[in-house]
Write a protein of this length. Structure first.
Length: 598
């Protein structure tokens, strides 16, 4: 186990040292060659200057060859060329007449500029030569070029003693560095393996910390970080245990029935309420679902949740002698996974299978009973009211058909009968309307509604009643107010009810003011009056059905006690809210909010 990190670190350090030594060696070799070229260039320049102290005096070939031979005794090769670059004399061989070497760089530069120098490698001798040439004019007026060449002698002599010592020192340093690198890499490898073993132990649940290290390097800091992490993980695990126990206690004490089923359709948890609902005992945990749940619809809902369906809910009824109603919700439990990006992509491509399902039973028996009582109450009251209504109308028709000849009582009877018949009809209509609203059967035709038009229609209906009592009606709705979204007929009914109440409970000579405002989401419409006001204790109940602050006055005015209750339900059905602000003797201010259109 130690070989892999040990050799990786050791070889990496050794390769680094070897590369450093090679770079230094190559640099010194290039520097040696450069120094050798410069030394040869200086030597060649000195020899050429010395030779030109006694230059050739004639263009005679024999004399030129003799001069070249004498000059070559210094060790340099000497060549003499004419102005066209043809060889006239050479110290090492007798060139053929007409050989032209003007293409060589140093010759071309000398003939053009007066001096030239170049370096070339002799492929036969495998030696670099340095060439230098100058232009010279013979006494007789003819122009010639004198070229001398010397080998770069340091390449032929081998490595100098200094380079040998440098190489030996580099090799020794490389070996020593490699040994030190291997030793340190082995030490680091051992410490890394300790950290690896600790991580594996921690993954298996062994959270005992590592012993403190004396070294103050990064690995010691990593070990300290691991120890700190282990302490925090142990604290988190303890917290999770406490949360699990707390959650289990909460679930077991809930009045709603809660159960958890695994993917194999086994009941792995249920609380006391769930057991009481389905008459289960504690031994059912771990047993198949079919042994615990006998209700077909509930069983099918749980199995759909186990297949991964979301948002499942239903209403079920259990029992025959004493039926009980329950609202059931079931949801799949998704497994918690920590995946790599590749694995996550593969998991996302396929269907995720739930690891279980949670089912909750909420007892709705009492609520259903109250709903039935309310619905039966509305139906019974409507039925009871329709019977006397029919009788009253029949009696009125009888009077109108023949009994109208009694001048003392006929008109009074007829007016009383018609008045009560109209009141019973209004009460019946209000009860039926309230029953539809509370049963959720109110159909809204939502569209943009102008607040100005809504207030104008209600004001037109209310003006006659207000004029009879000399009540001033003021419409103070600003221009440019955005439209609201709602059912125009129902909203008119709400506003009309507030208008009628304001007129009804305001003294003659009073004032009614209608205003409106809007923000980014909703508009608020307010009807303020200068009437008798509502006591603070009654303001919380004013929107209850049949509740009257002044029952006698309300009945005298023909009210049913349902108008504000109906108004509240209509406003809430539109997503708004209705409220009252009032002070006894100072009037009331009813306001309701409706969301804006668009």
């Amino acid at each position: 186990m130690l070989a892999r990190p040990f050799w990786k670190l050791g070889l990496a350090y050794s390769a680094l040292l070897l590369g450093t030594v090679l770079i230094i060696g190559v640099g010194f070799a290039r520097m040696g060659r450069s120094n050798a070229v410069r030394a040869t260039s200086r030597q060649l320049g000195s020899l050429l200057d010395l030779a030109m102290v006694n230059p050739p005096l004639s263009s005679d070939p024999a004399e030129l060859h003799a001069w070249a031979a004498r000059t070559a005794r210094s060790g340099a090769r000497v060549t003499i060329l004419n102005g066209a670059g043809e060889v006239l004399a050479d110290s090492q061989r007798r060139a053929e007449t007409g050989e032209n070497i003007s293409s060589r760089p140093e010759i071309g530069q000398a003939l053009a500029d007066g001096a030239g120098e170049s370096q070339r490698r002799d492929p036969k001798r495998n030696v670099n030569f340095l060439y230098r040439a100058i232009r010279y004019q013979l006494p007789e007026g003819r122009t010639v070029a004198v070229c001398m060449a010397l080998p770069v002698t340091s390449e032929q002599e081998g490595l100098p003693q200094e380079r040998k010592m440098l190489l030996a020192a580099a090799i020794a340093g490389l070996l020593l560095g490699a040994i030190i690198a291997l030793v340190f890499s082995r030490l680091f490898a051992v410490r890394i393996e300790r950290l690896k073993g600790f991580a594996l132990r921690a993954a298996e649940g062994d959270l005992h910390p590592l012993p403190a290290e004396r070294a103050g390097d990064e690995l010691a800091a990593l070990a300290d970080a691991w120890n700190s992490a282990v302490v925090r993980i142990e604290a988190i695990i303890q917290t999770l245990r406490e949360e699990r126990d707390r959650s289990s206690a909460i679930l077991r004490s809930m009045i709603e029935g809660v159960a958890v089923v695994d993917a194999q359709e086994r009941v792995i948890f249920f609380n006391r309420a769930f057991g009481e609902i389905l008459n289960l005992d504690a031994a059912i945990e771990g047993r198949p679902l079919i042994e615990a749940v006998r209700h077909t619809e509930l069983l099918g809902l749980i199995r759909r949740a186990l297949r991964g369906e979301e948002g499942l809910s239903a209403d079920i009824t259990t029992g025959i002698v004493q039926p009980r109603s329950f609202s059931v919700t079931a949801a799949p439990v998704r497994p918690l996974k920590i995946l790599s990006p590749v694995a996550a992509a593969g998991e996302a491509a396929g269907a995720e299978v739930p690891s279980g399902a949670v089912v909750v039973l909420h007892d709705m028996t009492e609520l259903r009973r109250l709903e039935r009582v309310r619905q039966d109450f509305v139906a019974n009251v409507s039925h009871e009211f329709r019977t006397p209504l029919t009788a009253i109308r029949g009696f009125a028709e009888t009077l109108l058909a023949g009994a109208v000849d009694d001048p003392d009582n006929n008109r009074r009877f007829l007016e009383i009968i018609r008045e009560h018949a109209a009141r019973l009809a209004r009460l019946t209509d209000d009860l039926l309307k309230l029953g539809r609203i509370e049963a959720g059967k109110l159909d809204l035709e939502l569209r943009p509604v102008s607040i100005h038009e809504l207030a104008a229609r209600c004001a037109e209906t209310t003006t006659l009643k207000a004029n009879r009592k000399e009540i001033a009606l003021e419409i103070a709705i600003p221009q440019g107010l955005p439209a609201i979204r709602g059912d125009a007929a129902l909203l008119q009914e709400v506003l009309q009810n507030l208008f009628d109440n304001a007129v009804q409970y305001s003294a003659p000579g009073g004032r009614i003011r209608v205003s409106a405002s809007a923000d980014a989401r909703e508009a608020i419409i307010t009807v303020a009056d200068t009437g008798i006001g509502i006591p603070l204790a009654d303001q919380e109940r004013i929107f209850e059905r049949f509740y009257r602050v002044d029952a006698a006055r309300s009945r005298e005015a023909g009210g049913t006690g349902l108008g504000l209750s109906i108004a509240r339900h209509i406003v809430e059905a539109h997503g708004g809210h209705i409220w009252v602000e009032s002070e006894v003797g100072a009037g009331s201010k009813f306001s309701f909010s409706i969301p804006l259109a668009g």
